[in-house]
Design a protein around this ligand. Sequence first.
Ligand SMILES: [Mg+2]
Length: 225
Amino acid sequence: MHVLLFDIDGTLIDAGGAGQSAMEQAVVQLFGHTRPVVGIHAAGRTDRAIGRDLFDYYSIPATDDNWSRYLQTYLSLLPDSLKTKPGSILPGVVPLIEHLSRHDDVFLGLLTGNFAEGARVKLQHFGLHHHFKMGGYGDAHIHRDDVAREAYVTVQGHLPHVAPEHVWVVGDTPADIQCARAIGAKVLAVSTGIYSYDDLAPHQPDILMNDLTAAETWLTSLGLS
Ligand SMILES: [Mg+2]
């Protein structure tokens, strides 16, 4: 069995900034802050970490109530944000995922910094959600390595005997590569996000490609072509 854990933003889809825009709108709507957000990076990070930075940036008290209202408002704004922003599914993703979905010995999951519900909304918008059985998400974790650990524990709930070397993480940032190593998994990195091929190469993924249209060699090496 091959367990393949996909990142979402920059790997499966380019949501056109819909997520970040909905987060910033949520803060404006709830707390009335309109000062432009600068210096909060999103790529490879968890929604929990990005939200914490937004709260810090505007000096919003990080109470459970504020957080809960922020999360609900973000999720209510996300569908319209996805409709307004010019997003797309990234090259090679649809044929790859459809091919993998037909294999009995492939277990497809998510390893994403998105809130679980945000991940569902984004992937449903692009018609991809039904392919993924489970995931590790960014609701509770500041560090992506902890998301990978959560994903691996969830995978073990479905497949108790899976060994880490049969787990692949597919992602677009150095943090995706690092979190795969935290669970002993292999990594396929793609430069379809904000990091270029040359940015990612020094982080030594097992395989590095410009986009998933080149995934055939990877599939062949796994016996999945
Ligand atoms: Mg990403």
